[in-house]
Design a protein around this ligand. Sequence first.
Ligand SMILES: Nc1ncnc2c1ncn2[C@@H]1O[C@H](COP(=O)(O)OP(=O)(O)OP(=O)(O)O)[C@@H](O)[C@H]1O
Length: 338
Amino acid sequence: MNDPLLAIKNLTTSFRIADDYYAAVDDVTLTIGKNEIVAIVGESGSGKSALAFSIMGLHTRARIEGHIYYKGQDIVPLPPSKQNKLRGKEIGMIFQDPLSALNPLMIIGAQIEEALLLHQPKLSKKERRLAVIELLTKVGIPRPEHTYGQFPHELSGGMRQRVVIAIAIANEPKLLIADEPTTALDVTIQLQILELIKKLKNESEAGILLITHDLGVVAEMADRVAVMYAGQIVEIADIYTLLSAAKHPYTRSLLHSIPTSKESQSRLHVIQGIVPSLQNLPRQGCRFRSRMPWIDPSAHEDNPTMHEIAPGHYVRCTCYKSFHFPDQKEVNDTHVLS
Ligand SMILES: Nc1ncnc2c1ncn2[C@@H]1O[C@H](COP(=O)(O)OP(=O)(O)OP(=O)(O)O)[C@@H](O)[C@H]1O
């Protein structure tokens, strides 16, 4: 088999707090192929953005251990100058909030030209302008010449996000990282932006790492899904398997907490407690254990590892075998530690 476009191996990203380092991304292993959308899903604080920023080389003060192979080359040890060359050219990023991703004082055209200038310095002024108009057209901006001269505040949220996407794809990256690309947008606009990302992927065959906490977005977009909890990946599966046969208690709880027309009449499962803060993460045993106290402690592994339970379907810890949602008595008998 060919090398995947991106292969993350045993990646650990730690932040220094007071006198110690704490891992926000803990021993993550994951691949992304060409023309594949891999979604990373998890609650706030689970380490999704820390993982994305590690791939982009955007952490300035974190300790990064492990490997990130891009087209077979480990990019972790590369000096900042070489990482800069990859960033924006080979690897593009769509940020969560289009307003803060754009410079409020610069017209749209100049901001996209800036991205082109960095990696294609030989383009003439006229060629650059043409390329910008082409990019604005590609991302569905209706009057590209007009938008070229506008400032970010003159555009709607959806149009701004299209501009952010135009910047991310300006140099035709082979890998696109989209960090919650629709969170800041109205629901009606969200779908248009997701459709646009999908269309661009189909045209360019880029690999996409899509970060989201929204399982609806995952269902709409992903080929494969990695579920993150407290810095670790707890389950990886293709989208069909994940939605129909998820195994890890956290994944099942996430899926069970979505209101659907059928379920909205019955009781939804509420995941009790919160993701512990970085300093308070349990570093030993199953990290989700404290949020399912009704499960017998012997169900967990002392050092949970990923088990391949079917081809391409990985689950962390053996506790999935005995997991069930609590009945009322179990809810009353146990309280959640967090
Ligand atoms: N620069 C930093 N210094 C210290 N701690 C950090 C830093 N960046 C992130 N963290 C911590 O690392 C953990 C993971 O954060 P991260 O932003 O990656 O989560 P996330 O899953 O992306 O959440 P969200 O969906 O809210 O963006 C959190 O506990 C967060 O507080």
